[in-house]
Design a protein around this ligand. Structure first.
Ligand code: SF4
Ligand code: FES
Length: 374
């Protein structure tokens, strides 16, 4: 059977998420990294990353997020930035800000780094450090923000929102303005990986989400033309599936620390994906030909209400990882969608409200979470 929605050769990707390492000095309970974190001994070498970025440039990638874990823990980070620059790829460092100093930032900038996205957990230093699971991390972030501004690089703040910080959204925006951010991304927690494990502790009330959204819209008006505010919707609450990753295998790919290539950062949890690896195959083959990238491309794979739905080219049936996490079948309609026969699973969670008292976090640490046997 041919699939008219899936052309013989897919359009090239434009973005690559490079997860350089899963090692991290912070232990955020909302992290979307897999529960089974890649060991440092399995990480791609400098030369292997340079080759991945060369192939990515040839494939059409124009933007890479250098992420993790904490990418600053890679001593060869400047070499990796230089390889991306040589491949014609714009580099953004996604960091917790710990371990950034003036000399390191100067080396990265000289290698071609173009912008920095800094994570922040809370506007209050003690609450920030509690959520991050590391003392003094707020002070390190404040210092990192000042260094980035002094270096003249664009600065973005990335704030993952949940029960513990949604009420501080106004203070977080004020903090971003005070630190000189050009862009503040307020992303409601997506429940994958460690975030799913900690869902009972992180899930907010509907009222919290509504109040925070109103505050963001108010700030959007006040900051118009000065700071870009992004609000990533909490799909458990609005009955609308998100266009996850802009569609499976449509615009971006993720390379995990050990060279596994995934259509999205959370896809490692999907069963029978047979995720390819850059150590075995070219990036072009992986993007164009691999079963993993073709599995949910286009619309022919769709089941249930998605098949005949007028929104299927807009939201691509929602998120495959969420469909799997909630129903056990990654090909079902995302239960976040109000048309999904499984929508009750999400509605019950959002209507039940948060657990009282909130359960303790399971902080992200190797070996801290139960991992199902392979
Ligand atoms: Fe999107 Fe499928 Fe829901 Fe239609 S039924 S809105 S395509 S998730
Ligand atoms: Fe994997 Fe949405 S997070 S498809």
């Amino acid at each position: 059977m041919t699939d008219a929605s899936r052309p013989e050769r897919p359009a090239p990707p434009w973005a690559l998420l490079a997860e350089l390492t899963h090692a991290c000095p912070l232990h955020c309970p909302y992290c979307s990294n897999p529960l089974e974190l890649a060991r440092r001994s399995s990480e791609l070498s400098t030369g292997e990353w340079a080759d991945v970025l060369r192939q990515a440039g040839e494939l059409g990638v124009v933007h890479t997020h250098l992420s993790g874990g904490e990418p600053l823990l890679r001593p060869d980070l400047a070499d990796i930035v230089a390889a991306a620059e040589a491949a014609g790829i714009y580099t953004q460092l996604v960091t917790s800000g710990t371990a950034l100093d003036e000399a390191r930032l100067a080396a990265l900038t000289a290698a071609g780094l173009r912008s920095v996205q800094l994570s922040v957990q809370h506007a209050d230093a003690r609450a920030n450090d509690r959520i991050a699971g590391r003392p003094s991390s707020f002070a390190a972030k404040e210092q990192a923000a000042a260094l980035v501004r002094r270096a003249g690089l664009p600065l973005g703040l990335n704030i993952v929102l949940h029960r513990d910080n949604l009420d501080a959204v106004g203070a977080l925006i004020e903090l971003g303005v005070a630190w000189g951010a050009d862009r503040i991304e307020l992303a409601n927690t997506q429940f994958y990986g460690w975030g799913l494990l900690n869902r009972a502790a992180l899930l907010p009330t509907r009222d919290q989400v509504t109040r925070a959204h109103e505050a963001v819209e108010d700030w959007r008006t006040r900051l118009a033309g000065q700071v870009e505010l992004i609000w990533v919707v909490p799909d458990y609450f609005d009955g609308v599936a998100k266009p996850c990753m802009g569609g499976w295998g449509a615009v971006s790919l993720t390379v995990a620390p050990d060279g596994t290539v995934l259509p999205c950062p959370a896809a490692a949890a999907l069963p029978d994906l047979a995720a390819p690896n850059v150590r075995d195959r070219s990036l072009a083959w992986i993007w164009e030909r691999s079963p993993a990238f073709n599995r949910f491309r286009g619309t022919d794979w769709m089941t249930g209400p998605c098949r005949g739905c007028p929104r299927r080219e807009e939201d691509f049936g929602g998120c495959r990882c969420q469909a799997y996490a909630l129903t056990g079948d990654p090909a079902r309609t995302d239960p976040a969608c109000a048309f999904s026969p499984d929508h009750d699973l999400v509605r019950r969670l959002s209507e039940a409200g948060p657990a009282e008292p909130p359960p303790p976090y399971t902080y992200r640490r190797p070996g801290a979470a139960p991992v199902a046997p392979a």
